[in-house]
Design a protein around this ligand. Structure first.
Ligand SMILES: Cc1cc2nc3c(=O)[nH]c(=O)nc-3n(C[C@H](O)[C@H](O)[C@H](O)COP(=O)(O)OP(=O)(O)OC[C@H]3O[C@@H](n4cnc5c(N)ncnc54)[C@H](O)[C@@H]3O)c2cc1C
Length: 308
């Protein structure tokens, strides 16, 4: 384990007069810890109650001018939870996998929406640092990674010193910036079943500008068709239009049996987006968001079936 007696932020000073000389370095209790294994990390979390730091792209902006309260446990050396691995029935995305790694990994077709989202997370620099788990644990309603993973029926795997547990992503994200993660748990992996890996998928994000933008609305769609060209299963998730991104269950049911070809979007009605509860804010009005979501859902479905 790598320790430092000071955070990588500003040290604190005893008083103004002694600013240049006397620095409190944390005594015998390091403030910044950098474990090398998952076991070490979870036992540190349990014993110190520290906060997890991954890419830092949400962690540091959230602090503003403040210093972190308590210990910071930097998990970026945990190789066990980096990268994507394939098992017979599932694909495991390590929590520390960056958005750039998601983009660079050859993945089945149903992951096209997730790759589309990865391309939209901030800028290339942010994609190089920001991780999948960081995006989910931060639980912003506008987190780009959430709708595509919801559409993939993803689960999260949480590890602590006392064991592992799994739960559906839709359950894990419990509200605006709220998750069911316990403080002593690390999100070790996102698990995607391979059941629909040949399904087509698409991700569309609307912002006030084309690049480096927080979304007004975003949609991930996944469509599985049979040999006769009919929809067998469709998953549609919308983000930025409610406290947590959500699937449109009624639309998903109504699409089954429809022809999976260009123009499929006409089957989407305003009632299908009624479960959304978009708010007015600096980016858009709730009314505009609802209208935009309807258009995005139609376009995403068309994109899945080779329409637009
Ligand atoms: C300029 C800029 C633009 C951005 N644009 C976008 C955007 O367009 N779309 C978007 O979705 N996001 C955007 N983000 C937010 C951010 O980049 C992503 O959410 C990123 O995926 C966060 O990952 P991270 O590794 O940096 O998380 P961190 O900042 O390290 O952590 C975020 C939170 O998750 C916790 N955490 C991290 N990893 C784990 C883990 N494995 N287990 C448990 N808890 C964990 C941390 O304790 C912290 O509370 C942007 C950020 C910046 C600075």
């Amino acid at each position: 384990m790598i320790e430092a007696r000071c955070t990588n932020l500003r040290p604190s000073y005893t008083n103004a007069a002694s600013k240049s000389r006397r620095v409190i370095w944390g005594g015998f209790n390091p403030l910044y810890l950098r474990p090398k294994t998952l076991d070490e990390a979870v036992s540190l979390l349990a014993s110190t109650g520290g906060q997890i730091l991954a890419g830092g792209t949400d962690f540091y902006p959230a602090l503003g001018d403040r210093q972190p309260a308590g210990r910071v446990i930097d998990i970026t050396l945990l190789r066990e939870i980096q990268g994507v691995s394939f098992e017979p029935d599932l694909i495991r995305i390590g929590g520390l996998t960056t958005w750039t790694e998601v983009l660079r990994t050859p993945l089945p077709r149903c992951f096209d929406a997730l790759k589309g989202a990865a391309r939209e997370v901030g800028s290339v620099q942010i994609q190089n640092r920001g991780t999948v788990a960081g995006n989910l644990c931060n639980a912003s309603p506008a987190a780009d990674g959430v709708p595509p993973l919801l559409a993939l029926d993803a689960e999260v795997e949480l590890v602590s010193a006392v064991g592992r547990r799994r739960m559906p992503l839709g359950q894990f994200i419990a509200g605006n910036r709220r998750t069911l993660r316990r403080p002593e748990e690390i999100l070790a992996a996102v698990i995607v079943p391979r059941r629909m890996e040949h399904a087509a998928s698409a991700f569309l994000k609307l912002g006030a500008r084309r690049y480096l933008v927080i979304s007004i609305s975003m949609v991930a769609a996944l469509v599985q068709a049979d040999e006769a060209g009919r929809v067998v299963e469709a998953h549609i998730a919308v983000g930025s239009c409610s406290a947590t991104a959500q699937r449109l269950a009624e639309l998903e049911r109504d699409l089954v049996g429809r022809p999976a070809r260009a123009g499929i979007g006409v089957f989407v009605t305003p009632e299908h987006v009624a479960p959304l509860s978009p708010i007015d804010d600096v980016r858009a009005t709730g009314e505009y968001r609802r209208d935009a979501s309807l258009t995005l859902v139609r376009r995403a479905l068309d994109a899945c079936v080779g329409g637009r």
